[in-house]
Design a binder for this molecule. Structure first.
Ligand code: MGD
Ligand code: MGD
Ligand code: SF4
Ligand code: MO
Length: 711
């Protein structure tokens, strides 16, 4: 540092009049990096910066999103009071007024149309306490079967795939600590370098230690750059690709016979199917050469340890469950699971993408990963909640299907908490129409999102800086997010909002919590004995131990570090293998004369999901001010597109206008558009309404489109 610089910093430090430090966790991805907001008063003005804080998963690192997260939380556009739409304009009202209107409306709609006329749409960006409470609120407060959440569009296929194969869904079977010691890594449809940036040192260390890394992605990304081998497959062909890899493994005798015999079921069916297919046909379907498939299989099969990671690239497909299970077949056939340095990782997306999929926000689920259709589970939870089992609703429908039920006239009102479904659901022109058709829409958000614009009432929620609670991170590590920043305006915590509405409906006695910890204490009981057992976890432990890995049934014992060491979670202890045909049960969009290109969608480093938060942050939005369409120059020329022009992208479902961005590294038959923007840049206007039959995941990663310059 030069003398001049030193002098500058010393002066700057001296002019700080006051400094306050607030602990929290990043509001964005599943790494849940621990952080501190430093608030300094300099010349009577508050200035802020965010710094990382050490913990077992993120080890003190932050990415650019985390470093700038406070910019949206402290943004002047935060809603500070409840808003009610009067003659098309939002008008500030008091909480009492808002709750009175909501109570009256919800009650009158249910009186007229029955309990199931109300619906709840939740989120995996809220805390475990809030996710748990929202599930209880739907079933006990509203007595409706209609609740689902944004994680359906996210972790649906990974969860169903793991549940079916292993009998249990904790995203990572091993901790990140083991990654540097593994010998071979398959990254299937995951862009960790841009989506979980602070995870990268684990993979970089693996590479330094000599691991062979294979990435599967139709595009070149910051992640595929670290790979030794990049399989640039055609979007939507991952089942075929995984089958091809398994075929080569089996035919070259690289399977673990003992493991297969003792720990699995179904291998013979899988073997019979994959050996019956032809490798050159697989190469043709996937656009990956037979040599590259062979190379992948031989390295993964021969190395003594290996891990497979999957994310939305293979999962957000109408055969997403089949794709996950096909990759799990490879792990099981080679016996690379349940032992050190070998295992599976479904790279969870949202901050609480793991915990929020365990405690009852799903249409068919009760807390502790219990099933709402299981008699024993129903009576256990009914007891915890102090209601009669017969009063507990049955299962409802998935996120997108709720909009279909609105259209069909079954659902008349919706309560949306912490989600922006118009931008994030497929076929978004339809979703907008459905929301417009509702008699009554209530949205709890920090901002007036695209979805909130359609609400009758918007309730202001607190941010990650203000709202304490637990989040379960990418490793399955339950962590206490401390949050003590002064509440902005009259915003309330999501759990308080749930309790307040319950009270307005006369259900106060079931929702009498004073703080998040009291809710967690009930969640512990509700999850006890379930698959996702949190009974042994307390706030006190979370503080002392910097997080606990579930399942943790015993308050006096540690959590579970590595899963499936002795047995899988199915009753007989065995994992289930099954091979799927690449001909999906729900047909995928294919290139036609009218729509000759394949569109895939995803993310950029600087924005988060529907962009409602990151577009508010000047430092982040400056990096990408608008959506774009990545296209190969040769393809672009065929369609008369020059670099950087506004382009109309059209599918059977709608059109958008985004700027073309040439890239020589994307497949020539594929274009890519990120989904962080709204209105005519909302790529979900193009995505079809078809869903995976097992997990109801939409096909976000393949649409058939055409492109043309905007004249
Ligand atoms: N910067 C940033 N980080 C985020 C998020 C964000 O919005 N922005 N969101 C968070 C959330 S909620 C999630 S779910 C995760 C998502 O994390 P990822 O799943 O890693 O992100 P995506 O960009 O959706 O998709 C990953 C990759 O799949 C590729 N892909 C597309 N189609 C296919 C296909 O058919 N087959 C294969 N094999 N690959 C394909 C895409 O080119 C992309 O590079 O990220 C989390 N982190
Ligand atoms: N085409 C395409 N579509 C996709 C995907 C894709 O890859 N491609 N990915 C899918 C995936 S993986 C996901 S996870 C979904 C996400 O979809 P959404 O859930 O719709 O996305 P978010 O932007 O997280 O919306 C969160 C909303 O809640 C608000 N909010 C943030 N924090 C809080 C809080 O603490 N409390 C309350 N009450 N509100 C809060 C934000 O301001 C924002 O309006 O999108 C899916 N849609
Ligand atoms: S976005 Fe994810 S990786 Fe980046 S700081 Fe936040 S939690 Fe960490
Ligand atoms: Mo997600």
């Amino acid at each position: 540092m030069t003398d001049l610089m030193l002098k500058y910093f010393r002066n700057k430090q001296q002019s700080v009049e006051k400094e306050k430090i607030y602990d929290s966790q990043c509001p964005y991805c599943s790494m849940q990096c621990k952080m501190q907001l430093i608030e300094q008063t300099v010349v009577s003005r508050k200035v802020h910066k965010t710094v990382g804080k050490d913990n077992p998963t993120s080890e003190g690192r932050l990415c650019i999103k985390g470093l700038n997260a406070h910019q949206h939380a402290l943004h002047r556009d935060r809603i500070k009071q409840p808003l009610m739409k009067v003659d098309g304009q939002f008008t500030p009202i008091t909480w009492n007024e808002a709750l009175q209107v909501i109570g009256d409306k919800f009650s009158s709609i249910q009186k007229q149309h029955g309990y199931n006329a109300l619906s709840v749409y939740g989120s995996a960006s809220i805390t475990n306490e809030e996710a748990y409470l929202l599930g209880k609120f739907a079933r006990v407060g509203l007595q409706t079967k209609y609740i689902d959440y944004n994680g359906r569009l996210c972790m649906g296929a990974a969860a169903t795939g793991a549940n079916q194969t292993f009998g249990m869904d904790r995203g990572f079977t091993n901790t990140l600590k083991e990654v540097p010691n593994t010998r071979c890594i398959i990254l299937a449809g995951t862009n960790i370098a841009e989506c979980q940036p602070t995870i990268m040192p684990y993979f970089e260390k693996a590479k330094e230690n000599g691991a062979y890394i294979i990435a599967i992605d139709p595009r070149e990304t910051a992640t595929t750059k670290i790979a030794d081998l990049h399989l640039k497959n055609k979007p939507g062909t991952d089942v075929a690709l995984a089958n091809g890899i398994l075929k080569v493994i089996i035919e070259n005798g690289l399977i673990d016979d003992e493991f297969l015999a003792e720990r699995t079921e179904g291998f013979e069916q899988a073997k019979a199917y994959v050996t019956s297919i032809n490798l050159s046909e697989i190469a043709e379907i996937t656009g990956v050469s037979a040599e590259q498939i062979y190379q992948t299989a031989m390295v993964f099969g021969k190395e003594e340890s290996g891990m497979i990671f999957t994310a939305r690239g293979i999962e957000q497909q109408t055969d997403g469950t089949a794709a996950v299970r096909s990759f799990l077949n490879i792990l099981l056939a080679t016996g690379k699971i349940g032992k050190p340095n070998s295992g599976y990782g479904a790279v969870t997306g949202q901050g609480n993408g793991q915990g929020a999929r365990e405690h009852g926000q799903k249409a068919d689920q009760l807390p502790g990963y219990r099933s709402i259709e299981n008699a024993e589970h129903r009576s256990y939870i009914a007891d915890v909640w102090g209601i009669k089992e017969k009063d507990l609703p049955r299962k409802g429908v998935s996120a997108y299907e709720m909009f279909e039920r609105i259209e069909a006239g079954d659902i008349h009102a919706m309560f949306v908490m912490c989600s922006n479904p118009i931008i994030s659901n497929p076929n978004s022109n339809f979703v907008r129409k459905a929301l417009e058709k509702l008699d009554f829409l209530v949205v709890a958000d920090m901002f007036i999102s695209e979805t909130a614009k359609l609400a009758n009432i918007i309730l202001p929620a607190t941010s990650y800086l203000e709202d304490e609670g637990t989040m379960t991170n990418v490793e399955g590590r339950v962590m206490l997010r401390e949050a003590s920043y002064p509440i902005v305006g009259e915003a309330r915590h999501d759990w308080q909002i749930i309790c307040d509405i319950a009270k307005a409906l006369g259900k106060h006695k079931y929702f009498t919590y004073q703080n998040a910890e009291e809710i967690f204490e009930e969640l512990r009981m509700a999850s006890r004995g379930g698959i996702a057992d949190y009974y042994g976890i307390t706030y006190d432990r979370l503080c002392k131990e910097k997080g606990v890995l579930w399942p943790c049934p015993d308050p006096d014992a540690g959590g579970t570090v590595r899963l499936f060491e002795d047995s899988f979670a199915h009753k007989d202890g065995k994992a289930r293998m099954v091979a799927f045909s690449h001909q999906a049960e729900v047909a995928k969009p294919v290139a036609t004369e009218q729509f000759p290109l394949l569109l895939t969608t995803g993310r950029v480093m600087s924005h988060y999901l529907t962009g409602e938060q990151t577009r508010k942050s000047p430092s982040l939005s400056a990096r990408n001010v608008e959506a774009f369409m990545e296209i190969h120059p040769d393809t672009a020329k065929n369609y008369g597109l020059i670099e950087g022009v506004l382009t109309k992208v059209e599918s059977k479902y709608g059109w958008i206008v985004v700027r073309s961005k040439w890239s020589k590294t994307i497949r020539k038959d594929t274009v890519f558009v990120p989904f962080h923007w709204t209105e005519t840049q909302n790529v979900n206007r193009l995505v079809a309404n078809e869903l995976d039959p097992y997990c109801k995941m939409p096909g976000f990663k393949v649409s058939a489109v055409t492109v043309s310059p905007v004249s």
